[in-house]
Design a binder for this molecule. Sequence first.
Ligand code: IPD
Length: 308
Amino acid sequence: QQSEYQEVLTFAISLAQQGGEVIRQAFDGQGLALNARVKADNPSDLVTAVDEYVETLVFGKIKERFPTHCLIGEETASGQPWKLTTDPTWIVDPVDGTTNFAQGFPFVAISIAFAVDRELVVGVVYNPILDELYSACQGHGAWLNQTRRLPLPSGVPKPLPPLSQCLFGFEHGSDRTHSVLSSRLGSLARLLEKTENGGAQVRGMRCVGSGALDMCLVARGSLDLYWEIGSHLWDIAAGTVIVREAGGMVVNGQGAFANPQAGIPKEPVDELAFDLMGRKYLAIRAAGSDPSADPTLGRTSMRQLASD
Ligand code: IPD
C-alpha cells in the first residue's frame, strides 16, 4: 500500500543524497572548505560553512517544490525562538555530528524529518561517509539503504535482554558546565559500576558523536538504547520516525512518548531513551531542566525497569 507521504519520503531521500554529497566531498577535502568555528552562544559547539551551505541548499529545494511548507533548521533556528505548528513542516539538521565532521571521524549525517499536525511522519538520516541511508515513513517500516528492513537480523535478540546485557548509547552533549557534567557522568558511572552481585547495570557504553546516528543504531538493533540530555528537535526528529518504525519507542524526560502531541516541539527535549522491542527502558531526566536536581532519578528508574 502506497503511503500518502510517499512523495515526501522520496523527495526527502533525494535531498539527503544531494546534501550528503556536499558533505562527503568536503569531508574528503575535495569540496567546500569547512571553516569550522565555535558557536557564539557555546564555545563547545562547532558550526562549519558546510552546515550553513547544506541547510540553505536543502531549504531552497524545499521552497521550490513545496512553497507553503514551514522550515525549521539547526543553523537558522539555533538560539532563535521557533515553533512547530500544525502546518506541514520540514525539520533539518544539515550536519549532525559537526565535531566528528571537523575532526575526520566518519559518523556524520544529514537528518531530514517531515511533520504534519505536529506529528512526525517521515524521517531520513544519511551518513554519506559510510553511505548508509536510514529512512522511514509512518506505517511503512524503517529501512537501511531502502532495501534492508530494520532492525537487521544481526541486531539485538528479541525480546530485549535484561539491562545488564544491553549496549547503551549516550552523548555527553555540548553543555560542559561542571554541575551538569558531574550529574550526567555520575549517572553513566553508576550504570557502568559493579553492582552487589558483581555485574554492572549495563554491559557496555558507546558514544558515536551524532544523536541522529545513535537513534539509527537503535533502530538497526546495534544499540539497545540511547540516552541524551539536551537534544534539540532537529537532532532527533528524523531518528524518532526511524526508531518507531523499527518497532522501538522514544520517550522524553517525563517518561511520556516524545511525540509532538506530548511536547516534543519544546526545546530542548531533555532526555530520551529508546526501547527497541516494547520493553520499557527509560532514562528519566531529573526534575525540571536542571539535571543535577536529582541525579539518582535515572538510576532508580533504570533499576525499577530492569527488574520488570
Ligand atoms: C549534536 C550531536 C551530538 C549531540 C548534540 C547534538 P550537531 O548535533 O548530535 O552528538 O550530543 O546534542 O546537538 O551540533 O553536531 O548537529
